[in-house]
Structures are given as C-alpha cells and as structure tokens.
Design a protein around this ligand. Structure first.
Ligand code: S3P
Ligand code: PEP
Length: 428
C-alpha cells in the first residue's frame, strides 16, 4: 500500500477529457453477453478492476470473453451454457458484481461460492439473499447468509412480487436476473427510482420488461440474443471533473460522451441548484442510453439541500458533492443517505473525517452530513481507506489546498477510473 504526493494549489484546469466507460453498464454488458445467445461486442468498456472481476467470474463459468483496448467480445451460449465453477468466484471490491451475479446463480442448477476483499466482507448481502431464497435458491454464508463468503446452490425458481426495503439498483437487478429464470411473472417494487440500466439492457438484448409506476415486471424463460453495446462515459467519474472545474479558479473543462440517463443525473441537478456554470450538449444520436458533452467553468456556488428521491440519482457522487459544498457560500445539508454507510467504506464517516483533516467545516449526521462553506483548505496526510471515490475526491480537494497533501492508498482509484491521474494531469 503506497502513498502519493498530490498536486496542490492549482492555478487553473483547462482542457478536454474523454470520460471512461460507465462502470454499471460495463458490468451488465458482460453479464448479459454471458447469458445471451451469440456474440456480444462491447465498445468503450471500462477496464477498471471491478469490471475485470466480473469478466473473471464469467470466465470461471466457462464463458469465452476477449478483452483488449476497451473492446470486449463475449461469446454467450445462453444462460444454460454457464457451467459449475471449480474455483471460488472472486468479486474483488465490487458490490455490483456479487449482488447481480447472485441473481444469475440463483437459477443455475449448480453449486458456487463467492467472496471478495475485506471491504466486500463488511457489506450487507441479506438484502439479496433474502428475496433470492424466497424464490427457491439455497444460499448460505457467514452470519446466517448475511456476509461473504456466500455459497449458492441454484435451481428451479418460483416468481415473486417483492417490495424493496431500500432503493437499490443492485437488489432490483438481482431479482430481475433471477426473475428471467423463474416460472411466471416477477415484480419488483422500488421505493424510489434507481438506475435502470438492467431494464434497458434486457430490452436491448431482445427481452421484454414492463414498468408501471414504481413496479417493474419481467417474465421468466425469455431468450436473449447477443448485440453491440456502446458504453457511454460514466457520469460518476465525470462528477470529479465537474466539481474540479467548478471550484478551481480560472477553469474550463470539456467532458466528452458522458452518460446522461435521467436515473443518474442527480449531480447535474445539484450543480444547477448550487449555481454552477454548466453547459450540456445532448448527443441526438444516442439510442439505448442517452449521452452528451458537458462544459463546466469556474463557478460561484451557494449551499443547497439534497434529500429524498434525489439521493439514489447521485448516491456515488456524494463524496465529491461534499467537497463542492465546502466551496459554496452558506450551508449544504445532505439527508436520507444512510446507504452511504454500506458502500466500499462508511462514506459518511470517511468523507467527514478526511475533509476535516484538510480544514473543512463538516459534521456527520445519522443519515448524511452538514457542510458549512466557504472554507480555505490547508494540507495534510489523508487516506482513501481503500475506497476509490474517497481517493479521487481527496485528489480534487488537494488542488485547492495551500499546503502539501499526501494521499495514502491511492491505488484503490483503479477500481473505477484507472487513468484518473493521467486525465487530471492533462488539465494542469
Ligand atoms: O447497480 C449498480 O450498478 C450500482 C448501484 C448502486 O448501489 P446500490 O444498489 O447498493 O444502491 C451504486 O452505489 C453502485 O455503485 C452501482
Ligand atoms: C458503491 C460502488 O460500487 P459497488 O457497490 O459496485 O462496489 C461505487 O462504485 O461507488
């Protein structure tokens, strides 16, 4: 585990960045490619550690997958073509991999075991194992199936109608993937809308899925066929440069081909509410997933309140939004965001503790945080705690610091953005 001296005291950020592929869509492209019939070609695939974990798990179930220069070819033989793995399925640091994979494995007539790193071992799995067990899968794991390692013996599934206790796209997707293998109609009811990439991809691969208000229904036994998937840039990665452009003086950054799926654009709503100087150029040719270019310039920001149904639309952006709030006039309140406690780290605690080290005026609450701006940030030794989003947030924070900043555990950033520092340096 290394440490890195970050660039501090930046005078301006200017230039153009082609944002790497969306992590959620990259995972799903490999999963759907693996359970579909025929070849799937994925362009602009994100070669981040998390998505590589997904590829490795499907290879262990006999799927041929080629990956080179952002192009992935998946040679699917249908969901029945998956074979019993002889090894542990290692999901690394990736919550999306393990939770969605469990939905697929629930309906497969074989035994498998799943585990990951020390962060995954702390993340709750009951939210997925409970509905999948209700559908008929035999699942066990540490602490009565609540934590990894998890074992699954899948098989014939019955359909369910399931009200999600938390707004989670991972849980929704796991149930839909099991539902595709179940007898009859499976319905998931979400308390607030979450990212809908799974639903879009089921349609893209030739399947049917229906939405009625907050209810999403899928019928079991559908045949999916391989397609070309173009992955747009990840708005969750773009968020770091959107905030950097807004808070560093004399800046103008152009971000190309960013995914603008409305279930993901909470950060844009927040930027607008805080008064950011942001221009959006929609790509009129995008089909399955909307996308566009974003131009951000140095902005005079004001505090805001972020809560309720907006939270799932920006859940992974809260660390960088918290940094932005330190540079806004007045108070920013983030609430209804308890889910942050069960991410790669407890992101309420890690954000508050690390930003405090740099002089931010920020306090943790039960379900979020309260930030007072505008604060001049100093320097210090900070840590990602092994959480990629915390690492990138701190690298952007350092740009404003008037003293040196050392980042411990910077390597975690490759989970979602392997060339983050190359892109950042290109703007300096
Ligand atoms: O479905 C997905 O691809 C994701 C869903 C979200 O998690 P939850 O479903 O736990 O909210 C998000 O935080 C994660 O980064 C990716
Ligand atoms: C929470 C995240 O990912 P995952 O749940 O897939 O580990 C994230 O990328 O911020």
């Amino acid at each position: 585990m290394g440490s890195l001296k970050l660039k501090s005291n930046a005078s301006n950020l200017t230039g153009e960045i082609k944002i790497p592929g969306d992590k959620s869509i990259s995972h799903r492209s490999v999963m759907f490619g693996s359970i579909a019939h025929g070849e799937t070609v994925v362009t602009n695939f994100l070669p981040g550690d998390d998505c590589l974990s997904t590829i490795s798990c499907f290879r262990k179930m006999g799927v041929r997958i080629e990956e080179e220069d952002g192009i992935v070819r998946v040679f699917g033989n249908g969901i029945e073509g998956l074979s019993e793995p002889t090894e542990l399925l290692d999901v690394g640091n990736s919550g999306t991999t393990i939770r969605l994979l469990m939905g697929i494995l629930a309906g497969r007539p074989f035994f498998s075991t799943l585990a990951g790193d020390e962060s995954i071992a702390k993340r709750p799995m009951t939210r997925v194992t409970e509905p999948l067990s209700k559908m008929g899968a035999k699942i066990d794991g540490r602490k009565n199936g609540a934590f990894t390692p998890i074992s699954i013996r899948g098989g014939k599934l019955n359909s369910i109608r399931y009200q999600l206790p938390v707004a989670s796209a991972q849980v929704k997707s796991a149930i839909l993937l099991a539902g595709l293998q179940a007898e009859g109609e499976t319905t998931v009811i979400e308390p607030a809308s979450t990212r809908d990439h799974t639903e879009r991809m089921i349609r893209q691969f030739g399947g049917e899925i229906h939405r009625n208000g907050q209810e999403i229904t899928v019928v079991g036994g559908q045949k999916l066929t391989g397609v070309h998937v173009h992955v747009p840039g990840d708005i969750s990665s773009a968020a770091f440069f959107l905030v950097a452009g807004a808070i560093v003086p004399e800046s103008e950054i152009v971000l190309k081909d960013v995914g603008l799926n409305p279930t993901r654009t909470g950060i844009i709503e927040v930027l607008k509410n805080m008064g950011a100087n942001l221009e959006i150029i929609q790509n009129e040719n995008s089909s399955v997933e909307p996308s566009g270019d974003l131009i951000i310039k140095t902005s005079s920001l004001k505090g805001t309140v972020i809560e309720g149904d907006l939270i799932p639309k920006l859940i992974d952006e809260i660390p960088i939004i918290a940094l932005m709030a330190t540079q806004a006039e007045g108070v920013t309140i983030i609430k209804d965001a308890e889910e942050l406690k069960v991410k790669e780290t407890n992101r309420i605690d890690t954000v508050v503790n690390e930003l405090k080290k740099l002089g931010a005026v920020i306090e943790a609450t039960e379900d979020g945080m309260i930030i007072h701006g505008k604060t001049r940030l100093k320097g210090g030794i900070v840590s990602s705690h092994g959480d990629h989003r915390i690492g990138m947030m701190l690298a952007i924070a350092a740009l404003l610091c008037y003293e040196d900043v050392i980042l411990e555990k910077p390597e975690s950033i490759s989970v979602s953005y392997p060339n983050f520092f190359t892109h950042l340096n290109s703007l300096l």
